[in-house]
Design a protein around this ligand. Structure first.
Ligand code: CA
Length: 430
């Protein structure tokens, strides 16, 4: 048997985000999706760095070495991201998920960290192969949350493991898997898996033969679902070159790079209709290039939008939608942030327009940053959005639980467990 891959990679900025922080690479031996994060700075840098490091693996590797090669490349990428965070304080806290398949002949090494996913369609059904490294997944593992509850959980995007400036010793899931002709793999960011159900994904993978059409269809479904995040996916078929059916598409030969790591990273959403037009009008162009020594092959990705530019975009959005309606909407929003030592619940959105602050603290909780895991702390520092006060209280409750668990496990710096409960009722705005 002679193995090969037929693949297509797609990335769409979505309808809400101001830039694309996802990156993906698909080549004849390597498939990678990386979903970058870091508040308003660094997510696109982190995912691009990960792709840049891993892309070097896209060649024949002895089958016995693929797991070790993939692991060491990802750890190298992690070091590069850490170096970058040290060199540029603005990028502190940057990180990325990585879900990658490296092929040697009839075997795949699979590496995974974060909440991007790998799905495999084999024998007529699609299964999720990777397990999310999220807080809600942990609650599900402990039987404290049903999958249905997890889908609607306000903290479903809070990551427990990630590559980058939040975790010096990233813990990867690594495995070796057979590549079977007829297998169809889907790698995607949570911008797809969070908005499109497994049964819908399964039917698209089953019914759309061409990998490019299939990837396009999945992106369009996520856009129809609201496009609330960047959407990235790779669809890849394992083919046997010795038994290629007559008329079948040949395997792919040239690599595809999409998202933040690609030259086309600033392209507008492929969505159509009024929501897409509004998104395009209010989304400012990123204009600040920076040098990236680690990725000379591609035009360097640009730094994420400055908060000020985002704020201007927000003002434009407000003007477009009616200033008062916008202001009223802002007042219904909450987010969870911090004041340097404690977790703080804010009303509004984490932006200011010049001297005008669009949020105010409403509650300083007893949850201390020092009691949270580095990953969670990073999330809080980057702020966690909540659509309502109840959602915000739920987030604080979960943080209080994690802080209590952290202290119980001796991870916290100091302090007893007496202030573990009822954190969201605690304290007042200082
Ligand atoms: Ca995402």
């Amino acid at each position: 048997m002679t193995y090969a891959l037929r693949y297509a990679a797609r990335s769409d900025i979505g309808l809400v985000r101001s830039n694309n922080q996802d990156s993906a690479y698909a080549g004849s031996h390597l498939l990678v999706v990386a979903d970058g994060m870091g508040g308003h700075s660094g997510g696109d840098v982190a995912s691009s760095l990960a792709i840049a490091h891993l892309a070097r693996l896209d060649s024949e590797t002895p089958a016995s070495d693929i797991v070790a090669s993939l692991e060491s490349s990802i750890l190298d990428a992690n070091q590069a991201i850490l170096r970058r965070a040290r060199e540029e304080p603005l990028l502190a806290g940057l990180g990325t998920t990585v879900t990658a398949l490296l092929r040697a002949e009839g075997k795949f090494a699979l590496a995974h960290i974060g909440d991007s996913r790998a799905y495999l369609r084999r024998d007529g059904r699609t299964t999720q192969v990777t397990k999310d490294h999220t807080f809600v997944q942990r609650l599900m593992d402990e039987g404290r949350l049903t999958p249905e509850e997890a889908e609607r959980h306000p903290q479903r995007s809070v990551l427990m493991r990630v590559l980058g400036d939040v975790d010096a010793e990233p813990e990867l899931d690594l495995s070796l898997r057979p590549a079977r002709p007829g297998d169809r793999w889907l790698l995607c960011s949570d911008g797809l898996s969070g908005l499109v159900s497994l049964s819908t994904i399964d039917s698209v993978l089953a019914d759309t033969e061409d990998v490019g059409d299939c990837a396009d269809a999945l992106v369009q479904l996520a856009l129809k679902g609201g496009g609330s995040d960047n959407i990235t996916c790779i669809v890849a078929d394992v083919v046997d070159l010795d038994h290629l059916p007559r008329g079948a598409q040949p395997p792919s030969s040239s690599p595809e790079i999409v998202g933040a790591a690609a030259r086309t990273r600033n392209q507008p959403t492929s969505a159509t209709g009024p929501a897409a037009k509004a998104a395009a009008l209010t989304r400012p162009e990123p204009t600040v290039p920076y040098e990236d020594d680690d990725f000379r092959e591609e035009e360097p990705p640009r730094r994420s939008l400055w908060p000020a530019i985002v704020a201007i975009g927000l003002v434009l959005t407000l003007l477009a939608g009616g200033l008062w309606a916008g202001y009223a909407w802002i007042q219904t929003q909450y987010y969870v942030g911090e004041d340097g030592t404690n977790v703080v619940l804010y009303q509004g959105v984490p932006q200011d327009i010049g001297p005008v602050d669009l949020s105010q603290p409403v509650e300083t909780t007893r949850v201390r940053l020092a009691d949270l895991s580095p990953v969670t702390r990073g999330q809080v520092e980057a702020t966690i959005a909540a659509g309502s006060r109840e959602d915000a209280d739920l987030i604080v409750d979960r943080l209080a639980e994690e802080a209590a668990a952290g202290r119980a496990a001796g991870l916290g710096a100091t302090g007893g467990a007496s202030d573990a409960g009822g954190a969201s009722d605690a304290g007042g705005a200082g």
